[in-house]
Design a protein around this ligand. Structure first.
Ligand SMILES: Cc1cc2nc3c(=O)[nH]c(=O)nc-3n(C[C@H](O)[C@H](O)[C@H](O)COP(=O)(O)OP(=O)(O)OC[C@H]3O[C@@H](n4cnc5c(N)ncnc54)[C@H](O)[C@@H]3O)c2cc1C
Length: 401
């Protein structure tokens, strides 16, 4: 059996689905293939910066995202050893022309389901579950794919293929691309817990600085569930991590005598990695398939959503005859540049800041952060992460849907 589609996107994660919606809204025929039977629901990213909300608005998703999500403006940095807290509010440092003065918090699986509900209304878009892509070949005219399904192997052909199949991307491997970079020596443990953080001066988004008991703590959405991520010895197996968890929480939580409920627990390895090229002929990569970073700072999915927006604009323009293929090279080079020059170093620096072992460097970091917070306004804006990770605009006019 063989099927064809103008564009095939491998991976129905948030990046693949948003790219599909961006293309389908321009009239492009899109097929999304995913190896799983439904949206992956494991707890992962949950914070959408204001720049991401602007992209959701462009796709007609902002109202629903606001109806679902928790609006948040405050960030707090806590120093465990001294109890000091530095607070900032993004409303004090708005960018000129900034559309939204807040971030939104809700699980990425909820975003994926929201996008699918919109794709379901478009006759030129479809999502096929239980399709594990395993082979790929391309020539000047198009790309051929093979996927394993419950009914056996199915073959597809497309003019363009997008690999949005996550950090272990099969498309990246089939395109012959290495995933260059490093893996952090410690393990990250993502837990979802019910705990009254607001009663202890925590904001909706927090970082805890400590050489041993550093943590990232953020509320996951409207219900009182929080993601508490901390670092653990990579030599420990999952059972040992679970056994040590009460001891670790006792050191991290502001009052460990207050009961907490663990809703989810997931230790994982974290990388700073990127492909040497986001484009190989008619195969393009986006999201975690192209780049991976540690979650301190919430930059992983943010970068992927910006990829999705840039790629649907550029590929849509090429398919619609409004631009030549060179805009795809622009996409590939610019999104890689932003990852290597901005996203990866910043996320790595967040991780260093949180877990800095040298007391003198830790003191210097703290002094610099308080000084920065005092300045506020324009000087804070100049280093605004959300703006830097947007990168240069794609050299195409977005199509009118
Ligand atoms: C525990 C955890 C916590 C995280 N926390 C944060 C956070 O707080 N902030 C943040 O910004 N980021 C976080 N991340 C990272 C964030 O989840 C990713 O950046 C995001 O999921 C990337 O989206 P994606 O669509 O590129 O890939 P994914 O969400 O990984 O989606 C890839 C899809 O491809 C499918 N697929 C894979 N292989 C194939 C194949 N061969 N054929 C067909 N389909 C295939 C998969 O089933 C999946 O649906 C976290 C990640 C983890 C694991």
């Amino acid at each position: 059996m063989s099927e064809s589609s103008e564009v095939i996107i491998v991976g129905a994660g948030p990046v693949g689905l948003l790219t599909a919606l961006g293309l389908a809204r321009q009239g492009v025929e899109v097929t999304v293939l995913d190896s799983e039977p439904e949206v992956v629901r494991s707890p992962r990213a949950a914070v959408y910066f204001h720049t991401t909300i602007s992209i959701l608005k462009k796709l007609g998703l902002a109202d629903e995202a606001h109806a679902i999500g928790l609006s948040s403006t405050e960030f707090a940095m806590h120093w465990l050893e001294t109890g000091e807290v530095m607070r900032s509010d993004m409303r004090d440092a708005l960018e000129p022309g900034q559309e939204f003065d807040h971030n939104l918090h809700f699980g990425q699986h909820i975003l994926a389901e929201l996008v699918i509900a919109h794709l379901d209304h478009l006759p030129n878009a479809r999502v096929l579950w239980n399709h594990a892509v395993k082979a790929l070949a391309q020539d000047a005219r198009g790309v051929r794919l093979a996927a394993d399904t419950d009914e056996g192997e199915v073959r597809f052909s497309a003019h363009w293929v997008i690999g949005a199949d996550g950090a272990r991307s099969t498309v990246r491997q089939l395109a012959g691309l290495p995933f260059e970079g490093m893996t952090w020596p410690d393990r990250f443990v993502a837990t979802n817990i019910d705990y009254p953080f607001l009663d202890f001066g925590f904001g909706y988004a927090n970082m805890v600085v400590d050489p041993d008991n550093w943590a990232v703590i953020g509320r996951l959405g409207r219900e009182n569930l929080w993601r508490l991520t901390y670092g653990e010895d990579a030599g420990l197996d999952e059972q040992s991590i679970l056994e040590r968890l009460p001891e670790r929480f006792a050191a991290i939580l502001p009052d460990p005598s207050v009961p907490y409920r663990i809703d989810n627990f997931s230790p994982y390895r974290v990388h700073q990695r990127c492909v040497p090229s986001f484009r190989v002929g008619r195969v393009l990569l986006a999201g975690d398939a192209a780049h991976a970073c540690n979650p301190c700072g919430g930059l992983g999915l943010t970068g992927g959503v910006i990829d999705a927006d840039a790629l649907s604009d550029t590929l849509g323009a090429v398919i619609g005859g409004r631009a030549g293929e060179s805009v795809l090279d622009f996409y590939a080079a610019e999104r890689r540049r932003v990852f290597l020059e901005v996203t990866s170093p910043m996320s790595a620096n967040f991780k260093r800041l949180l877990s800095e072992k040298d007391p003198a460097r830790r003191a210097q970091d703290k002094a610099e952060m308080f000084a920065q917070a005092e300045k506020g306004g324009a000087e804070v804006r100049a280093s605004s992460l959300a703006e830097l990770i947007k990168g240069a605009p794609m050299p195409v006019e977005p199509a009118v849907a």
